[in-house]
Each structure stands twice: as structure tokens, then as C-alpha cells.
Design a protein around this ligand. Structure first.
Ligand code: SIN
Length: 485
């Protein structure tokens, strides 16, 4: 892996109880830009997953008893090391995931920011005192770490989705086991190496990499020693995992799929809206849960927006993430490209029209041209499904009420965006949208200080922000009685 300066960051086996554990079988990690094998990683399974949970259980008493300050010192070292290795970590990420190098380095900073944020936030786990119902009673509320946290994380943000969960868990005093997507295990293992260098004690952070999604998923969701399970991924898989976690009544948080509307009203700053739509739609080749899924345009500005948007999209450069100037990298697999193309074809068959792209790119097997489809209605496949690719369907509407109704007409409720300069409308629409996160005149809403999460079938719980620790803590009430005696 010649692109990486610090070869110590390239780890090829699971990290359990402070040890790098080789397994006899290996699997290939593929560069989605060219199909080449980047590395061969030890294929861990059920046994190793159980060992990781036991290691986390063993490490829990000592880690949870440390003061928040002591944990913060270690976490701050981890944050610093990640930022010092930003270039290498970005390169590893681009190699296995494909996103443009600048975007990959941006993800490293985004992920590291959660470690910095939660290191500090862990110092502010406040309790409460509540007046008692009788003169001889006082009510005290304290918060305690939930225990061992197990998680499964996706390939689209191989660093940040782990950091967002692990940082909150560690700051709360929990210990942590993650099974990263086997499509992108190298970023996760490099994070573990840096955590070890930072002084995170053995067993506090464990990374188990393996291809047995079903077997490892069952252990992580059903093991009696796991107190909380957290997942980022599709709604379909999230439902299965939630059902499994019910068998031991685990605390669960889920960050699932989305179908984000991007609404542009007649009174909007059109140039700003075009830029917002461009970044929100095509970042990570459209493969994020918060990517714009449907562009909703009010009739009065529909033509102007579409023309300007089409001209901006024509300027996007599709290519290998390591090539300078690339804006849109590969999709993760050829099957993913097939899935997106099928949605485009079905939507055209239903009466819509492609005005840009609409086909595989000649750059390589996993590349799809940035696409715009007009004349779409909310019931067409591109609008009713989560696209997860670089395709922008455009829908038009007449009134504000119609826009809100169209936007909410989905089982998902993760992110939504709208552009308007009318303050009354900003409040009405902001409050009317049934989504966990709303970008108002803004296409990028993710950051460590903000509560990330969805409603409806987009999941539950919040990650990041001052609310992000809640999912990793239990509330305990102490009733102090006999105070008159
Ligand atoms: C996701 O796609 O699941 C996360 C996107 C983000 O954090 O911005």
C-alpha cells in the first residue's frame, strides 16, 4: 500500500483485548475505483466476536471508574493522533471506499471531531436533585454508563460512523465492540491502532472484522453481556437487528435510511440553492443517508434552477479519488451501479426524462454519470426509493402546503433541506417537515455539535451534540428517605 507513509497504520486483522488476532482464512479488500485487491484481511467470525465482547466486559469496571477527565486526556491524544495522520487515514479511506481524497480527508476531520467533542462532553454528565413528595425524602438523579456497547457500522463513512459511536461510548464510560463493514475494514483497524498508541486500555475498544454478517450480527445483538446495540445502515437490516436485540431487551439506537427532499421556493436565492443541492446530492457519489433524494421546485423558479443546476452538474469531474480535481468517485460495487440504473430506467419508463447522465460512466465499471431526471412525480421509483447514487430526480409543485405534503410523503424521516428567504415560511416549513434534521438555506448539516438522527423509519436516538451521550447512559434515581429522623 505505497500511498500510506506510516505503514504501521495498515493493519490486517481484528483488534481484540489489545491484541491483533490473525484468523486462518482471509478476505479481499477491493479498491472500487479499479477493482484491484488493496489488502487481504483476516476473516474473523462468531468466536472472535464473542471474545471481543468478553474483553469489553472485562475492561468495563476499570474504564467506567476513571474520572471523565482521565478519559478525556486519553481521548484527546486519540483525536490528536488522528489529525496528525489525517493524510494517511484519508488515503486508506480512498483506497477502500473510493471517495475523492479531499473528501476522505474531510471525513477524517469530521470523525476526529466527535472524539474531541465527546472527550469534553463527558465532563458535563450532570444529574438532578428533585424536591421529594414528603419532607423526609429527597430525589437524586445520577447518570451511569450503560455497559458494553456493540455496534455495526457501514462502508459509506468507514471512519466517521465509528468515531461518532465509539467516542460517545468511551466518554460515557462504556466499553465498545464494533464490526465495521468488511468492504472497508482498513479505516477501522487504523483507528484502533491510533487508539492503542493514544493509550486506550486493552479491551476498551475492540474491532472485529469478518464477512459473516448474519452470524456476527446475531452475537452482537443477542449476547447477554451487551447492554446496548447501535447500528448505522439500511432500514431493512436495522429492522432485523432491532428484532434480534429485543430478545435481551437491549438499549438500541438506529441511524437508518433516508429520502431527503430538497425544496426550493420561489423566494429562494437560486444560486445558493444550486450550490447546496450540488454538494448535498453528489457528495460521496450520492451514497449518504442524508443525501438529497428528491429535488422539489416551485413552478416560478423551476426552469431557472434546472438550467443552472444542469450547468453546475456538467462541471463535475468523475474519476478515481486519487486524481486531482475529482468531484465524484466510484460507487461502492458494480451491483450498486446496477441498482441505481434500474431506478433510472423504471422512472423513465414511467414518463420522466433524463437531461444529464442517465448511464454508466466510461471511467470504469463502478462509475455512474451524475444524472438529472425531470418530470418526476412522488410515486415514481426514483422518488419513492432511497437512491444511494449520483442521480437527482426533479419534481415541481405549486404551493407551500403541497411542498410540505410531498416532502413528508415517505416512510423515511432523516434529513430534509429547503431554501427560502421568507422568515414566516422558514418557520412554517421548518416545523412542518417530519424529519429529524432540516437544512434551512444549507446543504451540509452534519457536524459534531449537532444532534444527528431521524424519525419514522429512519431510526431512533441521536448521535453527536450534547444529546449524543444520552444513548450511552442510564438514568438512576436515588430516593433518600428518613431525613426527618
Ligand atoms: C450517513 O450517511 O449515514 C451519515 C452521513 C453524515 O454523517 O453526514
Amino acid at each position: 500500500m505505497q500511498q500510506v507513509n506510516d505503514s504501521g497504520l495498515v493493519k490486517l486483522s481484528s483488534y481484540i483485548d489489545g491484541q491483533w488476532l490473525e484468523a486462518s482464512a482471509r478476505f479481499d479488500v477491493i479498491n472500487p475505483a479499479n477493482g484491484q485487491v488493496v489488502a487481504q484481511v483476516s476473516n474473523a467470525g462468531i468466536e472472535e466476536t464473542e471474545a471481543a465482547i468478553l474483553a469489553a466486559k472485562k475492561a468495563l469496571p476499570a474504564w467506567s471508574k476513571k474520572s471523565a477527565n482521565e478519559r478525556a486526556v486519553i481521548m484527546r491524544r486519540w483525536f490528536n493522533l488522528m489529525m496528525e495522520s489525517q493524510d494517511d487515514l484519508g488515503r486508506i479511506l480512498t483506497l477502500e471506499q473510493g471517495k475523492p481524497l479531499a473528501e476522505a480527508k474531510g471525513e477524517i476531520a469530521y470523525g476526529a471531531a466527535f472524539i474531541d467533542w465527546f472527550a469534553e462532553e463527558g465532563k458535563r454528565v450532570y444529574g438532578d436533585t428533585i424536591p421529594g413528595p414528603a419532607t423526609d425524602k429527597r430525589i437524586i438523579v445520577i447518570k451511569q454508563p450503560v455497559g458494553v456497547v456493540a455496534s455495526i457500522t457501514p462502508w459509506n463513512f468507514p471512519n466517521a460512523m465509528i468515531a461518532r459511536k465509539a467516542a460517545a461510548a468511551l466518554a460515557a464510560g462504556c466499553t465498545f465492540v464494533v464490526r465495521p463493514s468488511p468492504i472497508t475494514p482498513l479505516s477501522a483497524l487504523a483507528m484502533a491502532e491510533l487508539a492503542e498508541r493514544a493509550g486506550v486500555p486493552a479491551g476498551v475498544l475492540n474491532v472485529v472484522v469478518g464477512e459473516d454478517a448474519v452470524g456476527m450480527g446475531k452475537v452482537l445483538t443477542q449476547h447477554p453481556d451487551v447492554a446496548k446495540f447501535t447500528f448505522t445502515g439500511s432500514t431493512a437490516v436495522g429492522k432485523i437487528l432491532m428484532t434480534q436485540a429485543a430478545s435481551t431487551v437491549k438499549k438500541v439506537s438506529m441511524e437508518l435510511g433516508g429520502n431527503a427532499p430538497f425544496i426550493v421556493f420561489d423566494d429562494a436565492d437560486i444560486d445558493a440553492a444550486v450550490q447546496g443541492a450540488l454538494i448535498s446530492k453528489y457528495r460521496n457519489a450520492g451514497q449518504t443517508c442524508v443525501c438529497t433524494n428528491r429535488i422539489l421546485l416551485q413552478q416560478g423558479i423551476a426552469q431557472e434552477f434546472t438550467d443552472k443546476f444542469a450547468s453546475a452538474v456538467a462541471g463535475l469531474k468523475v474519476g478515481d479519488g486519487f486524481t486531482d480535481g475529482t468531484n465524484v468517485g466510484p460507487m461502492i460495487t458494480s451491483q450498486a451501479v446496477d441498482g441505481v440504473h434500474k431506478l433510472v430506467e423504471e422512472t423513465i419508463a414511467a414518463g420522466a426524462k433524463v437531461i444529464a447522465g442517465g448511464k454508466r460512466s466510461t471511467v470504469g465499471a463502478n462509475f455512474y454519470e451524475p444524472t438529472i431526471v425531470i418530470g418526476v412525480t412522488n410515486d415514481m421509483p426514483l422518488a419513492s426509493n432511497e437512491i444511494f447514487g449520483p442521480v437527482a430526480p426533479i419534481i415541481t409543485f405549486e404551493t407551500e402546503e403541497e411542498a410540505i405534503a410531498l416532502a413528508n410523503d415517505t416512510e423515511y424521516g432523516l434529513a430534509a433541506y429547503f431554501y427560502s428567504r421568507d422568515i414566516g415560511r422558514v418557520w412554517r416549513v421548518g416545523e412542518g417537515l417530519e424529519f429529524g434534521m432540516v437544512g434551512v438555506n444549507e446543504g451540509i448539516i452534519s457536524n459534531a455539535a449537532a444532534p444527528f438522527g431521524g424519525v419514522k423509519q429512519s431510526g431512533n436516538g441521536r448521535e453527536g451534540s450534547k444529546y449524543g451521550l444520552d444513548d450511552y447512559m442510564e438514568i438512576k434515581y436515588l430516593c433518600m428517605g428518613g431525613l426527618d429522623r
